[in-house]
Design a protein around this ligand. Structure first.
Ligand code: TYM
Length: 346
């Protein structure tokens, strides 16, 4: 693979793009790994574009009415987490056709060998690889299109999406190389903070996920205070107290996870959390964590409830965001088609 010139991104305006699938309840993992950081990027004054990726969601079956509700609920979660639709572009993917069109073009750039290395496809398809949709397999090329149709240079994501952003860089580099252009940037995955991989509350070796069959494994952004407290109280841990020094978390994934969650919610480093709670038992730490989580999440779920009471207003916000997104994406799609030799005469 030919690498891009080291300074390729200097040619482009700094721009953030990221997306979340509206495929179910958003979790504390989505909040700490993505939403909270999306709002921080917006507040740093960078141009930010955030997308509810409904075209990605339908790579597995979605009941149509449920998809609509989940898309609105995810939009409400963005706004309740601090995304301001006047300062960030917030929209759902299917309202901007450049995503699907560039997705096709990039399917023709990506190599089957690259797709075969995608660990998320292997995890999701499991033993059922013959029966999953073709879309699930092609999904990472659509994700590359999401990012590249805005010439985005930065992509804040959780750890699990790193490989897909790296694939996006490979696709951009191959396109630029094959057509002899410096047209696409080399977007950087931004994986920052204490909670880049929030783990299941039932199994410290598994990611917290909206698709886990066990509801006790995750905190949903819509959970009420009692449910949040109960889930943390029942979180699986080893019996030892918290260590006196951060190195003592080595080989204790469940303890590390709860410390990381506390740190990310409190805006502290894990080191500082150990400084405060080192030597304490779970009987002290779990209630403190539950109180902190409720204090941070309750305003979000209350605001989500308020926004969900007016779905027409959410749809209006998404429509307005889509028009702004389209104004950036469509010219980049047109230029891509031109570079590839498609006649543009309409
Ligand atoms: P999705 O919908 O699975 O997750 C959305 C975001 O939340 C992060 N995340 C987590 N972070 C920390 N701990 C966890 N347990 C956890 N679970 C989820 C994810 O890393 C992600 O940042 N393919 C993407 C959506 C997408 C996208 C894009 C992202 C489509 N196009 C373009 C960036 C740019 C996905 O399925 O994310």
């Amino acid at each position: 693979m030919t690498d891009q010139p080291a300074d390729i991104n200097a040619k482009f305006t700094p721009r953030v793009f990221s997306g979340i699938q509206p495929s179910g309840n958003l979790t504390l993992g989505n909040y700490l790994g993505a939403l909270k950081r999306f709002a921080e990027k917006q507040d740093q004054g960078i141009e930010t574009i955030y997308c509810l990726v409904d075209l990605h969601a339908v790579t597995v079956w979605q009941e149509p009415e449920a998809l609509k509700r989940q898309t609105r609920e995810a939009a409400a979660a963005f706004i309740a987490s601090g995304i301001d639709p006047d300062r960030s572009i917030l929209f759902n993917q299917s309202q901007v056709s450049a995503h699907a069109e560039l997705g096709w073009l990039l399917n023709c750039v990506a190599r089957v060998g690259w797709m075969n290395r995608m660990t998320q496809f292997k995890d999701k398809a499991g033993k059922n690889a013959e029966k999953v949709s073709l879309g699930l397999y092609a999904y990472p090329a659509l994700m590359a299109a999401d990012i590249l149709t805005y010439h985005a240079t930065m992509v804040p994501v959780g750890e699990d999406q790193k490989q897909h952003v790296e694939l996006t860089r490979d696709i951009a580099a191959k396109f630029n190389h094959d057509y002899g252009v410096e047209f696409f940037p080399s977007p950087a995955p931004l994986i920052e903070g204490a909670a880049t991989r929030v783990m299941s509350l039932r199994d410290g070796s598994k990611k917290m996920s909206k698709s886990d069959p066990s509801d006790a494994s995750r905190i949903n952004l819509t959970d009420d205070a009692d449910t949040i407290a109960k889930k943390f109280r029942k979180a699986v841990t080893d019996p030892a107290p918290l260590p006196e020094a951060i190195e003592g978390l080595e080989g204790r994934p469940e303890a590390r996870n709860l410390v990381n969650i506390y740190a990310a919610l409190a805006g502290m480093t894990p080191d500082a959390v150990i400084g405060e709670y080192g030597g304490q038992g779970w009987g002290v730490f779990k209630p403190a964590l539950a109180d902190l989580a409720v204090a941070k999440l309750a305003p979000i779920s209350t605001e989500m409830g308020r926004l969900m009471a007016d779905p027409a207003e959410i749809d209006r916000i998404l429509g307005k965001g889509a028009a702004k997104a389209d104004a950036i994406a469509q010219p980049i799609l047109e230029q891509t088609l031109d570079i590839m030799g498609m006649i543009r005469s309409r």
